[in-house]
Design a protein around this ligand. Structure first.
Ligand SMILES: C[S@@+](CC[C@H](N)C(=O)[O-])C[C@H]1O[C@@H](n2cnc3c(N)ncnc32)[C@H](O)[C@@H]1O
Length: 422
């Protein structure tokens, strides 16, 4: 039976798992197949959890893994800890040219689909007759897989954890299973918690008490990085974010971290954030200043000061790393010549966001217009006026009608009013 979906890349087939031998045999059990294609690679999603919208997150992972192999000039060993149908594993093997991928998913119902997707495209044993395996499929809890690797001292260069919700229990075992200098690509999909609606939940998951703030989706990324910093510190490691990516489908918060041995100076970018709802400004508060919490605007409106943390208050990305990703994407023909405009735009926005002069958070233009009682200024004119006035300013990849800037809110309102008067 073949069902043709409206999407031309997708064909639904129901394949018999146990073809009937005679009419008297029990009814055939059908197993769903649903074929898709991503970057020219065909695969079956079967009954697994698969989101086409996560393709950009997969692109970013593949580019990063490939750069890792190039930089280290050695074997690239990848763990796809929650592989679903195995599309990431397939892409790490084919596109990043990983030397070995362990494709794991706790749900063994996915096994047939993963095996079929990988074996159709990549030989299980390395070419060249050395008998080395290029990939293995396991069905176990991700924590168990990573802990066993840690005990065997069998480390990975790149670990992709595509988890649901705000399950941070994977962080500790991932740190145990990644090589020093290796990369961890971690996930949160809990927009409710990053929105400040479950502060006790964020406290238990990421060690951060998160309150509602205007740039909550950036806070989601900072909360995740902060949680990783905390877990890394327990083991005597520190992490550096190479890129941080938010996608509203889900929502999904994804962060790529480089893991190194040593301690992050406790004051360095692992702080609290204070936001004043009266003046609209935010500031990072270091641990030793927690006793001096008041806003320079001296607002005496009760409850106007909102504090969240501790979380990561430093740069979300490494500019040089993103530039390398952009160059590689161009080299591979993923962007340029009118193709891949979304990926190109995303990487370029992230590069702009990496300006070290830019603080955390963003200012929504709707808030500027409501404070100034004016129409919302255009993003382009606001950016150029801020820069002409000597401020740093960029778009935000997270919020389309917002700017990242070191200009205080009151001055943003003045500039927006001037623009309106023009
Ligand atoms: C978001 S889906 C993965 C999607 C896939 N990575 C992709 O890009 O299409 C999450 C997967 O994690 C698996 N999973 C959930 N809890 C797990 C655990 N504790 N250990 C391993 N896999 C788990 C689920 O079966 C599910 O397939």
């Amino acid at each position: 039976m073949i069902l043709l979906s409206p999407n031309p890349t997708c064909i639904l087939t129901l394949k018999p798992l146990n073809p009937p031998i005679s009419k008297s045999k029990p009814p055939t059990i059908f197993c769903k197949s649903e074929f898709k294609s991503e970057r020219g690679l065909e695969f079956d999603v079967g009954d697994t959890f698969f989101r086409h919208e996560s393709a950009t997150g997969r692109d970013l992972g593949v580019l990063a893994a490939s750069l890792h192999k190039k930089h280290n000039n050695k074997h690239l060993k990848v763990l796809d800890a929650m592989c679903g149908c195995g599309i990431r594993s397939l892409r790490y093997l084919v596109e990043s040219n990983a030397d070995f991928v362990l494709a794991n998913d706790a749900d063994d119902v996915h096994r047939r689909v993963v095996l079929s997707n990988l074996s159709k495209r990549v030989s299980r044993i390395e070419d060249g007759g050395n008998g080395r395996r290029r990939w293995v499929v396991t069905n176990d809890d991700a924590n168990r897989v990573m802990m066993e690797c840690c005990l065997k001292r069998d480390y990975f260069d790149f670990i992709d954890i595509d988890s649901f919700g705000s399950d941070s229990s994977f962080l500790r075992s991932a740190f145990g299973a990644v090589r020093f200098g290796g990369l961890l690509y971690v996930t949160s999909t809990d927009g409710y918690t990053s929105g400040g609606h479950r502060p006790l939940h964020s406290l238990s998951s990421y060690g951060a008490y998160i309150r509602p703030m205007p740039y909550c989706n950036e806070l989601g990324l900072r909360m995740l990085i902060g949680g990783a910093i905390r877990e890394a510190a327990v083991l005597g490691y520190y992490v550096t974010p190479l890129f941080s990516y938010y996608s509203y489908h889900g929502p999904v918060f994804r962060v790529l971290l480089r893991v190194d041995r040593g301690k992050l100076p406790i004051s360095r970018h692992y702080n609290f954030i204070r936001h004043c709802t009266e003046c609209g400004n935010s500031e990072a508060i270091s641990w030793d200043k927690l006793g001096q919490l008041n806003c320079p605007c001296n607002s005496n409106v009760l409850g106007s000061l909102v504090v969240s943390g501790p979380l990561w208050t430093g740069p979300l990305h490494s500019e040089s790393y993103l530039k390398e990703m952009l160059n590689l994407a161009e080299e591979w023909g993923w962007i340029g010549n009118n193709t891949g405009k979304d990926l190109e735009k995303l990487l370029k926005y992230m590069i702009d966001e990496s300006d070290p002069q830019l603080p955390f958070g963003y200012i929504k233009l709707d808030e500027v217009s409501s404070r100034g009682k004016i129409n919302s200024p255009s993003l382009r004119s606001m950016l150029s006026s801020l820069q002409k006035n000597g401020y740093s300013a960029s778009r935000s990849h997270i919020e389309s009608n917002a700017i990242k800037t070191n200009c205080p809110m009151s001055m943003c309102v003045v500039i927006a009013k001037e623009l309106q008067a023009c």
